[in-house]
Design a protein. Sequence first.
Length: 114
Amino acid sequence: VQLQASGGGLVQAGGSLRLSCAASGFDISIEPLAWYRRAPGKQRELVAQINSGGTIGYAVFVNGRFTISRDNAKNAVYLQMNNLKPEDTAVYYCNNFPIPSKNWGQGTQVTVSS
């Protein structure tokens, strides 16, 4: 079982990024998944989640800027992030929800410059 996040990068405030999470070893269509992030000096936090039925939830700080989606055919989950802010700078991870596995992988770095 593996989840590999990618798509991060350096953007200016107000910019956009689309993160991808490729799953292997299991079928995401029957598994709730989520995006999490860890900012420098802070604890890891939940960003958005999507369950097998398509129910979606977002952290308060998202405030309509991010969209989580899932492509069952590609066994992948995505996070479209718009209107990025410097405080969104963090390493972003995908993992199981609500109980993440211990294998967080390397995540993908998102850096937003002001």
